[in-house]
Design a protein around this ligand. Structure first.
Ligand SMILES: CC(C)[C@H](C(=O)O)[C@@H](O)C(=O)O
Ligand code: SF4
Length: 467
């Protein structure tokens, strides 16, 4: 085993060959497929008379276009219905495992693969979806690919890629109460910028991440791509192995022991050399809220919307664009900003621990008059688990709607959309212009706990004042 970072070790182990271009032909251990980026890829495969090389390494589900209320077929939206039909046909005719609605296993692709134990340390994982970086929480090298690359992986199980540099992002210390993994990653992106990670894989290390659960680690790695890094990862440890033990696709019996030994060996070595190292202190991190139109435009909940003079030259133009689009005034506190819609869900924060924490805070409170608040579990399994624990009742009693699993208003490719210039408090990962289904809709990103605080208050509030 070569010395170095986990990234180097996993990359080297999956290298088929170095191509004349200098790129690496990399073997992909697991290919995840969803309905939005796959139809064209399958069509290109058919045009060339090719078949799927490793159907057993390919897993498909539906998430983006899935309605979270009325799921009767055919869907009201023709385009969504066509995407459903395409993936159903493509999966069946190619012998690909497919988790359809109602299977008990359907959900957001980045939620279902970890929960079933498909995602494992030391793997290479690709999916036609930028938030594939999520799976790096397990010590996998996992990244999003474009549609023509989806075709390449279907046909050859390999990709031609340039190797990335590695930046170690260390955060040390215990997070203050009311501060969550979401705040940590929003803080990192605020400090390093949305393009800061271009050309890098992010290795998240330090005691703060070591103390996190796997679900919190997934929240961190999920948003690596929002910081410009193609992938992010955390070295696998006992927390990882504990999470994976007994899951559907996890190794069993003697194979389990062998796997753990191997997983330990791929951790970055103590003396690994990094292209860059950045260090943060957990105590400096506050509950964070975005005020602008990129995930890097975040501030602590007790701060004011930055005035132009306080910003670096390179951040001025996008800040001006953000003030205008968001209809917010520099110098005003973000706390107190009125919200219309509150959304809890997505591959960033739609897992069971997110819903437990949100329900804990919602219990005994009521959603403010005039606010629409809804909870969308990340998968059918998350939904079932939440219902078994009575979380759905807590939400409903507090005035939240309880929905079926999917991406929902994270991207609003389904019927869940903002209207006009409504403001959402959202536990998702992108606040781009028009992201949530209305070309003038405005998104404030925050942790699920902070979304509950906003729902109850009708405006941006500090969750620490509620609990
Ligand atoms: C639809 C898909 C291609 C897209 C992505 O790649 O991330 C979506 O999941 C998103 O979050 O914007
Ligand atoms: S939940 Fe949002 S970020 Fe995640 S895959 Fe779906 S649309 Fe993309």
């Amino acid at each position: 085993m070569s010395k170095g970072t986990l990234f180097d070790k996993v990359w080297d182990l999956h290298t088929v060959k170095i191509l004349p271009s200098g790129q690496t032909q990399l073997f992909i251990g697991l290919h995840l497929v969803h309905e939005v980026t796959s139809p064209q890829a399958f069509a290109m495969l058919r045009e060339r008379g090719l078949t799927v090389l490793f159907p057993e390494r390919t897993v498909a589900t539906v998430d983006h276009i899935v309605p979270t209320e009325d799921q009767a077929r055919p869907f009201v939206d023709d385009l969504a219905e066509q995407m459903m039909e395409a993936i159903e046909t493509n999966a069946t005719s190619n012998g690909i495992r497919f988790y359809n609605i109602g299977s008990g296993n359907q959900g957001i692709v980045h939620v279902i693969a970890p929960e079933q134990g498909l995602t494992q340390p030391g793997m290479t994982i690709a999916c036609g979806d930028s938030h594939t970086s999520t799976h790096g929480a397990f010590g996998a090298i996992a990244f999003g690919i474009g549609t023509s690359q989806v075709r390449d992986v279907l046909a050859s199980q390999t990709l031609a890629l340039a190797k990335l540099k590695v930046r170690r992002i260390e955060v040390n210390g215990t997070l203050k109460s009311g501060v969550y993994a979401k705040d940590v990653i929003l803080h990192i992106i605020r400090k390093l910028g949305v393009k800061g990670g271009v050309g890098y894989a992010y290795e998240f290390a330090g005691t703060t991440f070591e103390m996190m659960s796997m679900e919190e680690r997934m929240t961190i790695c999920n948003m690596s791509i929002e910081g410009g890094a193609r992938c992010g990862y955390i070295n696998p440890d006992d927390v990882t192995f504990e999470y994976l033990k007994g899951r559907d696709f996890s190794p069993k019996d003697e194979e389990w022991d062998q796997a753990v030994t191997w997983w330990r060996s791929i951790r970055s070595d103590e003396d690994a050399v990094y292209d860059d190292v950045v260090i943060f202190d957990a105590l400096q991190i506050e509950p964070t809220v975005t005020w602008g139109i990129t995930p890097g435009q975040g501030i602590g909940v007790s701060e004011v919307i930055p005035v132009p003079e306080s910003l670096a030259d390179g951040d001025q133009a996008i800040a001006q664009e953000a003030y205008k689009y968001m209809k917010l005034t520099p110098g005003d506190p973000i706390k107190g900003t009125k919200v219309d819609v509150c959304f809890i869900g997505s591959c960033t924060n739609g897992r069971i621990s997110d819903l437990r924490e949100a329900a804990r805070i919602a219990q005994g409170h009521q959603v403010a008059a005039g606010v629409k608040a809804f909870v969308v579990p990340g998968s059918e399994r998350v939904k079932q688990q939440a219902e078994a624990e009575g979380l759905d009742q807590i939400f409903v009693n507090a005035g939240f709607e309880w929905r079926e699993a999917g991406c929902s208003m994270c991207l609003a490719m389904n019927p869940d959309k903002l209207q006009g210039d409504q403001v959402s408090a959202s536990s998702s990962n992108r606040n781009f212009k028009g992201r949530q289904g209305s070309s003038t809709g405005r998104t404030l990103l925050m942790s699920p706990a902070m979304v509950v605080a906003a729902a109850i208050s009708g405006k941006v509030a500090d969750v620490r004042d509620l609990v």
